[in-house]
Every structure is written in C-alpha cells, then in structure tokens.
Design a protein around this ligand. Structure first.
Ligand SMILES: [Ca+2]
Ligand SMILES: [Ca+2]
Length: 281
C-alpha cells in the first residue's frame, strides 16, 4: 500500500495542478514522493552486561497509518517475530510491559505450536505481543534480549513461513498496524567488542601485542589508537584492559582473525508459522 508523504503536500500540489499547467504538473511529480507505509523493527547491541550480551529490540510505528480513535490520533501494533542467535543461547527475553502489555497468541515457528507472548527455547526466541495506543512515530522498545556469554555472535530475526498451506508461504516476521499486516520483517546484527584489535571475539594478550606493535605516533584512524589521540600509549593500553575479556569459552577455541566482518552468518534460520497477528485496540 502506498501513501503520499503528507496531505498538505497533496492538497497544495492539487491546487497547482488545477490552477495552471503542465509545468506545475511536472513540479508536482518531481517533489511528491510515494513512501512505503509500514512500521519497522530495529535491533541494537547494548554491549556486555554482567558477563552476557544484551540487545534492544525497538519498533517504530508509521504515522501515516495512524487513525482517529477515541484515544486520539494514533494506533496500536502487534508484533510476531522470531529471533535466533548463533553459537550461544538466549538467557532471557523481557518485554517492555508498559508499551506491550498484551501477550498475543502467535504460531511459533520454533515449536510449531501457538504460544502467547514470549517463548524462549535455547538459541531461539519467539515473541507475539500487542501494544498500547501509540500517538508518536518514535521508536519504542519491544524487548530486551540477553544472550549467553561475551563471545562474538549474531542475532537474526524474521524468517517465518506458514506452517499450513501448500506451498508454505514465507512471511518473515510480521508487524500489524492500522488493520494491515506487514510481513518479511527480517534482518541480523553482529556483535562487536571494543578494543578487539584482531577481531577474534576476545580482548586479550594478542590485542596487547598488536597495540605494542603500533606504539608511538600513528596516523589518524590507526586501530590501536583507541582514543584517537594520534599516539598509541598507556591510555590505549588502559582501554584494552578496561575491555578485557580474556578467554571467553568455546568460541575462543576457534580463532578467526579479523573475521567479524566476514563471518557468514545464518540467514535462513527460523521455522514455519501460521501468523495470526492481530491489532489490539
Ligand atoms: Ca582480540
Ligand atoms: Ca591514543
């Protein structure tokens, strides 16, 4: 479904079209843009907290889907999204209950059953939640995810397919707003570790060695110059020690130098689900 960026824009352009000529028509065509109206999902890394990684899942409503309701101009959102983490497991998934108080039923692609709210199972987590009435198109936290350990990993989302029907229909994660379903909500985010100079997922002696190799005056942007002071010195060494992870477990047995940006992460992870998103009003 496509929408104009704004009714003011539409009205003013229509006047231009009606009043004059093709020149205005051309101007209208050049300045009015169609946009894809849809709420969106984003995930950010909150870094390492108490020995585990934390991630924040946020939803941004689309204001063009807001409608006048007794509570004012706005709308609610239903979210049904599966998450998967590579190489480790989920410790917890906690919803932002103030904004998402409703545990909706949703077909869980990982269990092939209908589950309500948040369902955690090892390295997968499924969330089917309904929101309060939003009146602003600003990001609102949906979930805080915690994954086990500090090693490098990737959290991916989406990837749902319908359990029933032939052929099974790929729908990705699903967000519902304004009485419409928006499918194919997919993506992934990979962790980064501050001061991991060789990108092996740990901050340890190898990184200290790299730092000493660059000791002294350096060019701007040198990786070991953590504070961008133009010199690699004790301050940068202190930064490494402040982010020290040492041996972080199983992932440490598989060094992958400089591989954080090139790891092939799982994309097709999630199972299948008949999605039953509904908008809570
Ligand atoms: Ca390292
Ligand atoms: Ca420095």
């Amino acid at each position: 479904m496509k929408f104009f960026t704004g009714s003011v824009c539409l009205a003013s352009k229509l006047r231009a079209v009606l009043s004059v000529s093709g020149l205005f028509l051309l101007a209208w065509m050049a300045t009015c843009h169609y946009v894809q109206a849809a709420p969106s999902l984003s995930v950010t890394s909150l870094g390492i907290v108490s020995g585990n990684r934390q991630w924040q899942v946020s939803i941004t409503p689309d204001a063009s889907l807001f409608s006048n309701q007794p509570a004012g101009l706005g709308g609610s959102i239903a979210a049904e999204v599966g998450f998967s983490v590579t190489g480790t497991t989920f410790v917890s998934g906690t919803k932002n209950a103030a904004s998402w108080p409703f545990d909706n039923p949703g077909n869980n692609p990982f269990t092939s059953t209908v589950t309500n709210g948040i369902s955690l199972n090892g390295n997968t987590l499924f969330a089917s939640l309904g929101s309060t009435f939003f009146t602003s198109a600003t990001p609102v936290t949906l979930l805080t995810l915690v994954t086990q350990g500090t090693g490098p990993t990737t959290v991916a989302w989406g990837g749902q397919t319908l359990l029933t029907g032939t052929p099974q229909e790929y729908v990705g994660g699903r967000l519902a707003q304004g009485g419409q379903n928006f499918n194919n909500i997919t993506g992934s985010i990979s962790s980064t570790i501050p001061c991991d100079l060789n990108g092996d997922g740990r901050v340890d002696g190898a990184d200290v060695g790299l730092l000493f190799n660059s000791w002294g005056n350096v060019a701007p942007g040198t990786a070991a110059d953590k504070d961008n002071s133009g010199v690699v010195d004790g301050a940068d060494l202190a930064a490494i020690f402040n982010n020290w992870t040492g041996d972080v477990g199983p992932t440490a047995a598989v060094p992958e130098p400089c591989a954080l940006g090139s790891l092939v992460f799982l994309a097709a992870i999630l199972g299948a689900a008949r999605n039953r998103s509904r908008v809570v009003t």
